[in-house]
Every structure is written in C-alpha cells, then in structure tokens.
Design a protein around this ligand. Structure first.
Ligand code: CP
Length: 325
C-alpha cells in the first residue's frame, strides 16, 4: 500500500500562519523603520541587477491590482513584474467590479482568500485602510490622495543607481505639495537625504503635519521660495503635475486648474532655470509638457525621467518579494 503524506508547511496561503506572522503592508512609510527602508532600497538594487535570478520567485502566486483611478506605469510595471517573476496579475477595475456595491472590507477579505497579495490605487486613503482592514494578505498602496510610496522607492533607486550611493544627496522638488511629495518627505527623512521644497501651493492636510515635523526634527527638509536659488545647491530637481490626475480633465475643475497654471508658470522646470547647472532632472510621469516642465527639458541629457519610470518595475518587484517572504 502506498501512503501519501501531505506535509503541512507554513506558506503565504496559510491564513493562521500569516496572522501569527503579523502581515506587513506598504500603505505609507510610517509603518517601516528607517533600517527596513534602507534595506528595501538596497534589495531593490539587488533585484534590478539580478533580474533572471528572481524569474521563478512568484510561481503560482497571484497579485490583484485594483484601480479606482487611471494608470499607465503602475499597472504595467506591477503586471510585468509578476510575469517576470513567474506569477500572475489580475487587473480589477473599480467600476466593473462589485467593490462599489458593498463594503470595501468584505470584498477585500474575499480577494485575500484567492490571491497572495493586493495592490490598490484608491482615490481616498480611508478606502485603502478599509482594504487593509479586510485583507489577510499584504496590501500595497498604488497611489492614493495622500501617498505614493512605490513611486518614492523607485525615485530613490534611480538616485542610488545614478550616483552609486545616497550619501550627501540634495534633492529639490519644485511644484505643488501633493501625495508624491508626502512620500518623498517620508522616504528622504528615513534615508537621510536632504529635500528642498519649492511649493507655492503647500500642504493643506493636517494628517501630513507629523510627517513634516519628523523630517524637520531630523533636519532632512527645508523650504525655499526662489527656484533658481534652490536648484543651484542641489544634485536633482524633481517636478510633478500641478493638478491631481483625477481632476485634470474634469470640467468642474477647469477654473481651479487655470488658477494653478497662472500661479505655477514661473516655477516651470526649463532650460532657463537650469542654465549652466550640472543637475539631474526627475519627474514621476505622466508629463504635462510646457506646464510643470518644458518638452526640451524632458529630452535633455540631464533628464533621468525614463530611467526613473523604468525603475518602478524593479522597486515594486522588491516590495512584493519582501512582503511575501
Ligand atoms: N507615476 C505613476 O504612478 O504613473 P501612473 O499614474 O501612469 O501609474
């Protein structure tokens, strides 16, 4: 007689094991220690330099990607990342799923019984927290109104790749204080990178105040009003859209959009601003050329924008690998 032995080994599909292990998520960087963030950055570089090695690491594992908002990079890089690691990604559109008909928490709990990991791009941070509350597997924030942690890790990976180190880096952000900035403040403060903000439209959300205060105490953040003065002392200049993606083509937002354009035009990243400077140019994309950045500056030899976008793939593979192991 043949005995078939089914050994119970703990794994990512084992709910009790995951609960005991305390599931780690990436909602923003506040739940990660500075050394965990540095370790993840170094691991991202390792994953980037050893793409073939990780080709089977997600075999038989599924990522669900829930989108309430549009995306190019986040969708493509997460899906390509799972494919390259031998796994699978399911795209779930908010409008054509049943999320909008019921409690987010219950739908999230269901998802986590069928997949290994969830990435969600939600309009409201509170809705993302409901997904976390329901999920029994790790949840990754794919950009909400308050944070964009995956972008910020790819940004730091780009600087690390460009310089071979993050030591002594001065990064200047010129634009509107938005979700990308919040994650930049968190990650630069964790890594000891100096961030100069030129943000005529500043933070208006009290939830972010403690994050700013932490960076201020660590001495990693300062503000400057003159963009030329700011870039003269920096290694990298970073900009982003002046209008949040969900409002860009919204007819009800056009008056506010025009107000922002009028206020922000003197802060455009262009050749005049960067004349004579050996500074690298960053943008998280999508680009609204001739608004926050001139088209020729996107194509300038100092631009590392497309490298930065490419690095979403490697940074997110590292996040998935860390959260599932
Ligand atoms: N930077 C970024 O998140 O790009 P998408 O909005 O295209 O995903």
């Amino acid at each position: 007689m043949t005995t078939v032995c089914i050994e119970k080994s703990p794994g990512i599909f084992d709910k009790e094991y995951m609960q005991e292990k305390r599931i780690k998520h990436l909602v923003n960087w506040q739940d990660w220690t500075d050394s965990e963030i540095l370790d993840l950055l170094e691991y991202s570089m390792y994953v980037k330099n050893n793409r073939v090695y990780f080709s089977g690491h997600m075999q038989n594992r599924t990522l669900v990607m829930l989108f309430q908002k549009t995306s190019t990079r986040t969708r493509v890089s997460f899906e390509a990342g799972m494919t390259e690691m031998g796994g699978h990604a399911v795209y779930l559109d908010w409008r054509t799923s049943n999320f909008q008909l019921t409690d987010i928490e219950f739908e999230a709990q269901y998802l986590s019984r069928n997949v290994s990991i969830i990435m969600a791009r939600m309009k409201e941070h509170g809705d993302l927290q409901e997904i976390v509350a329901g999920s029994q597997v790790p949840v990754i924030n794919g950009c909400c109104n308050l944070f964009h942690p995956c972008q910020s890790l790819a940004d730091m990976l780009t600087i690390y790749q460009d310089r071979g180190s993050i030591s002594g880096v001065n990064l200047c952000y010129i634009g509107v204080h938005n979700n990308v900035v919040n994650s930049l403040i968190e990650i630069t403060s964790a890594l000891g990178i100096h961030l100069v903000l030129v943000t005529p439209i500043g933070n208006d959300n009290p939830i972010i105040d403690p994050i700013i205060e932490k960076a201020r105490k660590k001495g990693t953040i300062t503000w400057e009003t003159d963009p030329r003065k700011a870039v003269e002392n920096c290694d990298y200049v970073y900009t982003d859209t002046w209008v949040d993606m969900e409002f860009f083509n919204d007819p009800a937002y056009q008056e506010e959009k025009q107000k922002r354009i009028d206020l922000m035009m003197p802060y455009q990243v262009n050749h005049k601003l960067l004349d004579g400077l050996n500074i690298k140019v960053m943008h998280d994309m999508p680009i609204h050329s001739e608004f926050e950045i001139s088209k020729d500056m996107v194509k300038d030899p100092r631009s590392i924008i497309f490298q930065q976008a490419e690095n979403r793939l490697d940074a997110q593979k590292a996040i998935i690998l860390k959260l599932l192991h």
